[in-house]
Design a protein. Structure first.
Length: 177
């Protein structure tokens, strides 16, 4: 098995709403997206990062997952959403600095054109609400499209919050043979 870097982005000063990976080559078996991020918002203490594929904003995304916040656990299922949840990260007011959260998304058979696209997310969002609420989750997601994934958008999508400076997103291609 070989893992190859496709693209890496680090957010600069002022933050950004989204990180886009475009023109993803279809030459790998699978993809792996790894994000380390912090939200930038003056009114919220936590921010949900979202993912869309191929600029699809229709309600073609569903997921099932389990999550833990401090000592409580729960499960959930969402259907017919316009994006997939990627991770929940700490948001900070200007001048306040909290730990970065991290998550990884595995996308098997991303370039196939026969089946819907499945994803697996391992999310260690980190500390939420600035008071030590540790957050983690595992999720399986589905994008109801048989199109090959050629672009990925990760961030707040249509919302006004931003990813803070020094947040990173790295996309890898995986070849099994």
């Amino acid at each position: 098995m070989a893992i190859e870097l496709i693209a890496h982005t680090e957010v600069g000063s002022g933050g950004v709403s989204n990180i886009d990976f475009t023109s993803i080559p279809g030459t790998y078996d699978d993809l792996l997206l790894i994000v380390s991020a912090q939200g930038q918002d003056t009114t919220s203490v936590a921010m949900t990062m979202l993912v869309q594929f191929n600029s699809d904003t229709a309600t073609n995304y569903s997921e099932t997952g389990v999550r833990g916040i401090q000592s409580s656990a729960s499960s959930y299922r969402t259907t017919n959403f316009a994006s997939l949840n990627f991770t929940q990260v700490e948001a900070f007011a200007s001048g306040t600095n909290y730990p970065f959260g991290s998550a990884q998304m595995y996308l098997p058979n991303y370039s196939g054109t026969t089946n819907y696209k499945q994803v697996l997310v391992d999310d260690a969002g980190g500390r939420l609400s600035g008071v030590g609420d540790n957050y983690t989750s595992l999720r399986a997601g589905l994008w109801r499209s048989t199109s090959a994934i050629s672009s990925i958008r990760v961030g707040r999508l249509a919302f006004t919050y931003k990813l803070a400076q020094y947040s990173t997103a790295t996309l890898y291609g995986i070849t099994k043979a």
